[in-house]
Design a protein around this ligand. Structure first.
Ligand code: EPU
Length: 417
C-alpha cells in the first residue's frame, strides 16, 4: 500500500495550477453516453475515480482516447450491459450510470456505489426520483435493477438538495417524455457544469445553479464538447496550505464565486490574500483567530473543506467550533491530528472543538478518507519533522498530480509503495 512521506515546515512559493473538478468530471463521463456519438471532455483531472469510470465505459463498449487532459469518447457502438459490483463500489459516482443508462436504454443493472466512508450516504432521493419518472426499481442484496418502458417528465420535489440526486435525475429526465422540473435542487457549481454539457448536446436544460431546474427530454442529441471547471475543493485545499506556508504562493485557476464562503471565513480568521483574475497570491499569516465553521450546501461552507480547515484552525488562537451538518462520520481525521499534537474534542456527533494554537509534530498517521487525508497532509506540511501518511491512495482519489504540484512549489514530499 502506498504512503506519503513529508518533511514539514518548508515555505512554499511559485505557482500551482488547479486541475479540473473531480465531482464535475465524474458526472460528465457518465453523461457523455447521452451524446449522439462523440464527445470531448477537456481538463479532466488525473485521479483514480476517472480510471474506474473509463473501465465502466469500456465495458459498455465506449471507445475512449486520452490525450493530455482531454478525453475523446465514442459511444456509437455502446451496449447496455450490467455493471459489476467490483467496479461500481470503487467510487460514489458510478451511480450516475443509473440516470444515464435509464435515459438511454430504459434499463440499468448496477450495485450500490462506493465512495468515502464518511456516513451512511443513502441514495433514496435518487431512487424516489427515478420512480416518480415512471421507473421500476428492484433491489436485491445491494444490486439495483431499474427499468422503465417509458419515462414521463413531472415535477419532483427533493426533501434535501442532494448533489448526486440532482445530477442523476437531470440525466434520467433527458430520456423522459415532456418536461421534468426538479424543485429544491442542489445549486453546486458541478451541476452547472453537467447542465452545460447536456445543453451542448442539444438538450433543453434551464435553471441549473438555482433551486429549480427544468429539463425537456429528448433522444435527439448531437455530439458535444465540455471543459471541466477548476476544482473548488482542490483550490480551497491549496489556499489553506498557502495561508499556513505560502511565500507569495500563486494559485491559478480560482473561480472566486465558487469559494466565496471559504474566502469570507479566511478573512474572519485573519488571513490576507490578493485575487487578480483567476490567480490568488497568498503568504503565510500569523496571529490567526479562532472561528465557528458550519458546513452547508452550496453556497454555504463546503463539507469537503471541513477537514482541511480543521487543520488550519489548530493554528488559530482560541477555541474554534466546527459543525458538520452533511455527514455523520467526518471527524475521523481528528484522532491522528491529536496524535500530532492538536487538541480537538468531539463535543457531539456533529460538533468539534479545536483549541489552538498548537505546534504539530510529525508521526505515522493513516488517511481514513479523501478529505481527512488532505487534513493530515496539511498537518504534515506544517509539522516539525517527518510525517508518514499510510493508505494515501484515498487522497489521490481527489487530488490530481498531488506530489508533483507540491514538490514544484518547494514541499519535501514523496510517495512510496
Ligand atoms: N443523502 C440522502 N439521500 C440521498 C442522497 C443524499 O440522505 O438520496 C444525504 C447524504 O447521506 C448526505 C447528504 O445528503 O448526508 C449530502 O449528499 P449529496 O447527495 O449531496 O452528496 P453526494 O452526491 O453523495 C457529492 C460529492 C461529495 C460531497 C457532496 C456534498 C461526488 C461524487 N461527491 O456527494 O464529495 O461531499 O456531494 O457536496 O460528487 C468528496 O469529494 O470528498 C466528496 C465526498
Amino acid at each position: 500500500m502506498s504512503k506519503i512521506t513529508i518533511e514539514g515546515q518548508n515555505l512554499l512559493s511559485g505557482e500551482v495550477k488547479i486541475s479540473g473538478a473531480k465531482n464535475s468530471a465524474v458526472a460528465l463521463l457518465p453523461a457523455a453516453v447521452l451524446a449522439n456519438k462523440k464527445s470531448v471532455i477537456y481538463n479532466v483531472p488525473e485521479i483514480k475515480d476517472i480510471g474506474y469510470l473509463i473501465e465502466i465505459m469500456e465495458l459498455l463498449n465506449c471507445k475512449i482516447e486520452q490525450k493530455d487532459d482531454a478525453l475523446y469518447i465514442d459511444s456509437s457502438k455502446m451496449k447496455n450491459v450490467p455493471i459489476p459490483e467490483e467496479l461500481s463500489v470503487q467510487m460514489r459516482a458510478s451511480y450516475y450510470f443509473m440516470g444515464a443508462l435509464l435515459a438511454k436504454y430504459g434499463k440499468v443493472e448496477i450495485s450500490f456505489p462506493g465512495g468515502c466512508n464518511i456516513g451512511a450516504r443513502p441514495i433514496d432521493i435518487h431512487i424516489k426520483g427515478f420512480e416518480e419518472l415512471g421507473a421500476k426499481v428492484e433491489i436485491v442484496k445491494n444490486r439495483y435493477t431499474i427499468t422503465a418502458e417509458k419515462l414521463v417528465g413531472k415535477t419532483i420535489y427533493f426533501d434535501f438538495p442532494s448533489v448526486g440526486a440532482t445530477i442523476n435525475i437531470m440525466l434520467a429526465a433527458t430520456g423522459a417524455e415532456g418536461t421534468t422540473i426538479i424543485e429544491n435542487a442542489a445549486m453546486e457549481p458541478e451541476i452547472v457544469n453537467v447542465a452545460s454539457f447536456l445543453i451542448n448536446m442539444g438538450i433543453e436544460v434551464r435553471g441549473a445553479g438555482t433551486k429549480r431546474i427544468e429539463i425537456v427530454g429528448t433522444r435527439k442529441t448531437t455530439d458535444a464538447v465540455i471543459e471541466v471547471f477548476p476544482d473548488r475543493i482542490e483550490s480551497g485545499t491549496y489556499i489553506i496550505i498557502g495561508a499556513l506556508l505560502g511565500d507569495n504562493l500563486k494559485i491559478k485557476g480560482i473561480i472566486k464565486e465558487h469559494i466565496e464562503a471559504l474566502l469570507i471565513k479566511l478573512k474572519e480568521i485573519g488571513i490576507d490574500f490578493v485575487i487578480d483574475g483567476d490567480t490568488m497570491t497568498i503568504s503565510r499569516c500569523e496571529n490567526l483567530r479562532a472561528v465557528k465553521v458550519k458546513t452547508l450546501v452550496f453556497p454555504g461552507f463546503p463539507t469537503d473543506l471541513q477537514q482541511p480547515i480543521t487543520t488550519l484552525l489548530t493554528q488559530a488562537k482560541g477555541k474554534s467550533i466546527v459543525e458538520e451538518t452533511l455527514y455523520e462520520n467526518r471527524f475521523r481525521n481528528t484522532y491522528d491530528l491529536n496524535r500530532m499534537g492538536a487538541i480537538t474534542n468531539i463535543l457531539t456527533l456533529n460538533k468539534l472543538e479545536i483549541k489552538g494554537p498548537r505546534k504539530l509534530k510529525g508521526t505515522n498517521v493513516i488517511a481514513t478518507d479523501l478529505r481527512g487525508g488532505a487534513s493530515l497532509l496539511i498537518a504534515g506540511l506544517i509539522a516539525e519533522g517527518t510525517t508518514v501518511i499510510e493508505n494515501c491512495d484515498v487522497i489521490l482519489r481527489g487530488y490530481s498530480h498531488l506530489t508533483t504540484k507540491l514538490q514544484n512549489i518547494g514541499a519535501k514530499i514523496e510517495i512510496t509503495e
